[in-house]
Each structure stands twice: as C-alpha cells, then as structure tokens.
Design a protein around this ligand. Structure first.
Ligand code: ADP
Length: 489
C-alpha cells in the first residue's frame, strides 16, 4: 500500500470514529494525576542557585550520583549532570521540602496537568466522551483546578453513604496537599561555570523532579471501593495507570503485596459492575524491578485486557519477564529491532494472557490481539489510525480541546521513515511464512495464535509539545476500540 492510501485510511478511520465515539457510555480513569511545574532555566537562574549551596558538596555529589533528591545539593548536582550530558532524567523526591525550596528560589514559568491518568482524563473529556469518571486518591484543591472545566468529567465521592459523581472541583478533599512535579528544561548552548568547572550544554533536555510524598498511596477508601460496582453500565472501559507509585515497603510496615492486592480488587469490582468492561493499563518506566515485575505478573496478568507501551517500555517489560535477549534486541537500534519489537509484543500478549498489546513508536504502531477478540483486524486498524491522528494533532498544536482540534491532525503526513521501518518487519513476516506481502501492506495479519495490526503513523516534523503524546495514542486507540465494540446509539 502506498503512503497516499494510508492517508486515505486515516481520513476514513477518523470520520468513522468521530461518528462512533458517542457509542461509549463512559470511561473510568485512575490513579495518577499531579501538577507539572515547568521552568525553562537560564544561565542567570543557575548562577543564582549555585550561590545557595556549597560547591564542594555539589562536586562530591556529582561523583556519588544521588538517586533521590533529599537536599538542594542533590538537586543541583543532578541538574548539572543532566545539563553536562544533555540527557533527560527523572529523579524522585519523597518530601515537599524541595518543592518549597524551588518555589522560593526558582519561580516556575507555567503549570499544567501532569500524570498519565490526569492527562488522559482531560483528553477524553475534551473529545466529548459521555462520562469520564476520573479518580485520584490524593485529589487536592490545587490538583482539581487542573481538570478540564467540562460537565462530562466527574470524580466519585461518597455522600451520606451514597456514591455520587461530581466535577473534581466539587469533589476534592481540602485536607490534601498537591503533588507537584518540577520539570526543569535547559537549552543547548547554555554556558555553565561553577568552581573550576566549565561546560556548554550539548543538547536541549529536561530534568524531572518527581514528587512522591509519603502520603501517596494507590488506594481507595473502603466506602468507595464497596460502591464501585454501582457504576455499572456507566463504564465500558477503564484506563489504569500510576502503579509505579507503589512502594516495596511503607513506614507503617505495609508492603507492596497489600497494595497490589487492593489494586487487583478494584479491577475485580469494576468487572462486577459490568462483566463486559475492558481494562487497559498504561505502562511506564519503573526503575524498581520488583515493582515492575509485580505490576506485570500480579496486576496485569489475568486481570487486565489491554496494555499500552512505548518501545523502551517493551524492553523493560521483557527484561523482568525473563526475556533478556529479546529485550536487548528491542533497544539495540539494529536493523532487526523492529522484528524484536514485534516478537516482544507477541510474548507480552501470551505471557500476560492479554487480549491486546499496543506498542507505539515514532512513525508506526504495532498492535497484537488475541484470536477471541470481538473486533476484526480492520476495526482495530481504524482505532490505531484514529490514535495516530490524535497524536499528530497534539504534537502540532500542543493540546486538544475538542474533537474538531483532533481533526487537524489529518493534515500531518504519514511518516515515510515509519513506513520504511515497517517494510523490514513485512519482509521478515513473509520470509517466515507468517503472512503474504498483500496482507502485510494492508496492515492486517492473521496468524494461528494471534492477529497483528501494523500501521505507519503521522509524525509532526517540528512538534510544539511532546509530553503526553504516548498517553494520547494509547487512550485514543483504546476508546476508539470501545466505540467499535459498543452498539450504535
Ligand atoms: P510520553 O510518556 O511523553 O507520552 P512516550 O514515549 O510514551 O512519551 O510516547 C511518545 C510517543 O509519541 C512516541 O512513541 C510517538 O509515537 C509519539 N510522538 C512523539 N513525537 C511525535 C511527533 N513529533 N509527531 C507524532 N507523534 C509523535
């Protein structure tokens, strides 16, 4: 199939899903929302910060490479490392001291909704999904302000023992504090001088200080948990994310086992309310291998239907599931990386007993589905192409405030590079007799053990924003799939 045909398929898919989105009764989205405070740092800001700390201590910390931010010295040393190497980094902090120090000494330029569940809730509400039921265990007044001011966006609360749905701005707990992540962006060419050291930042990038205050729990009040099945037909699907916040051990002696069990129980309660519900988990990078493995083996496996991930996350998931060699091939950037990616997605589908695995990469998506999935491959392809248009709209405009904004993504061309990469996979599948070249160019492949959908995606050359595009792709494809599964209204 030529690129022009893929453009047509995108157009058809978008108008199909635009008409069908209303079939979806509602979505439940949990758990992680936070406020992202963004600061684009200047040489002057850095000089100021450097006057506030002991440079000898900073030097020492740079060598020791702090993996957690406890003091301003930790923060500055990780910032210097990130700027020196031009590398993106995310470092956790477990108190609000650093947030307060940064607020006093480095005022942010902008603040916006952060966290997978928060970003996805706002996107789905803007797309006009009938009911988006978002749930944040730590919904504070400040956090609530970042939720889109739309009537179809709601948060569950228990009032006099009864479950009611209210806009997050009417549902927050005034006693909760906001969870604020700092995103410190730096530009190529900044000249950094401290003590005897001097370097020039080689690349634009960012340091994220990820706030993990000790009161954060992936949890739900007993009362709410009991009433979850009452949501019933209001939810056709759930998108769950944020399990990376689960800790191995808590100060009160609780361990991750307890929180994993609670997370599974919530899924089971959702299924009680609607046995046809589909559950999607959005994966992310999780440094702690115990938590990464338990998320996959104890929460995703057997309880969840669908998993969304990017290529690095596929490698990370394969790694803890005992497929180290395949994981290595996925990230090796060699010619066969795309073949390893496909094989990896197939492994995840089977090992984790899933119905659907959706992998997104720059320029193409691969989706592997089980044979008993109620949709046919063409319908899955429609869902993926809808997601590609959403991603293009988000990358070129920075945000999507309405389904009409999403339509603007149609003007972005399908990636030639992505298409080129897919051809490598096509040749492999044909050589292995898995499919014919005709099936492959159509993007719809049947094998005896699973079906595969591969599509080239639209890529924006000079994106104005890249944060949250992966979330938009996964959520967009999943809700479009639900729209095709539900009867027309
Ligand atoms: P995030 O968590 O910030 O969303 P991910 O790595 O999960 O990051 O997802 C990024 C995805 O966004 C990529 O896999 C790619 O498909 C998509 N993407 C990135 N840049 C662009 C772009 N310029 N145009 C279209 N899609 C993009």
């Amino acid at each position: 199939m030529h690129l022009a045909q893929w453009e047509n398929h995108h157009d058809e898919a978008f108008s199909d899903i635009r008409k069908s989105l209303d079939n979806v009764n509602g979505m439940f989205v949990a758990y992680n929302s936070n406020v992202d405070a963004i600061k684009h740092i200047s040489e002057k800001d850095i000089s100021k910060l450097l006057t506030l700390v002991d440079l000898g201590e900073v030097q020492e910390k740079i060598v020791n490479y702090p993996r957690e931010i406890i003091s301003p010295v930790d923060l500055i040393s990780r910032l210097i490392i990130a700027m020196r190497d031009g590398k993106a980094a995310e470092v956790p902090t477990y108190t609000s001291d650093i947030h307060e120090w940064l607020t006093d000494n480095l005022v942010f330029d902008d603040a916006r909704m952060g966290g997978q569940a928060g970003i996805i809730s706002n996107l789905l509400a803007h797309l006009g999904i009938r009911k988006v039921i978002t749930y944040v265990p730590w919904l504070s007044k400040e956090q609530a302000e970042y939720f889109a001011d739309l009537p179809n966006l709601m948060h569950p609360v228990i009032e006099d023992g009864i479950l009611v749905l209210k806009h997050p701005r009417q549902a927050y707990n005034p006693e909760f504090k906001p969870r604020v992540n700092w995103i410190i962006e730096f530009s190529k060419g900044l000249e950094i001088k401290y003590g005897e050291e001097h370097f020039v930042v080689p690349r634009d990038n960012r340091l994220i200080i990820s706030s993990r205050p000790l009161w954060i729990r992936i949890d739900m009040s007993r009362e709410l948990y009991e009433q979850i099945p009452k949501l019933e037909e209001d939810v056709d699907g759930a998108i769950l994310a944020g399990y990376q916040m689960i800790r191995e051990v808590y100060e009160d002696g609780a361990t991750y086992h307890e929180y994993v069990q609670r997370a599974v129980n919530v899924i089971e309660r959702l299924k009680e309310g609607n046995p046809d519900i589909r559950i999607h988990v959005e994966f992310t990078s999780i440094q702690n291998k115990t938590i990464r493995k338990t998320l996959l083996k104890d929460i995703v496996c057997r309880h969840v239907h669908s998993l969304g991930l990017d290529t690095v996350e596929v490698a990370n998931a394969l790694n803890v599931l005992g497929h180290e060699e395949l994981a290595y091939s996925v990230i090796s950037k060699g010619e066969n990386a795309i073949v390893a990616l496909y094989e990896g997605a197939v492994r995840l589908l089977h090992d984790l007993k899933l119905e659907r695995v959706h992998v997104h990469s720059l320029g193409f998506y691969i989706c592997v589905v089980s044979k008993d999935h109620p949709l046919n491959v063409k319908e899955h392809r429609t869902a993926l192409l809808f997601a590609s248009t959403l991603a293009a709209a988000q990358a070129s405009h920075g945000s999507i405030e309405h389904l009409n904004d999403a339509a603007m993504g149609l003007d972005v061309p399908v990636s030639k590079d992505g298409y080129g990469e897919l051809e490598i996979l096509g040749k492999y599948l044909v050589r292995r007799d898995i499919c014919s070249m005709d099936d492959f160019v159509d993007g719809c492949i049947h094998t005896p053990t699973h079906d595969v959908i591969v599509v080239p995606s639209k890529v924006v050359k000079n994106p104005i924003a890249t944060v949250g595009i992966g979330d938009a792709i996964s959520a967009g494809a999943f809700v479009a799939m639900l729209a095709k599964m539900r009867p027309a209204k």
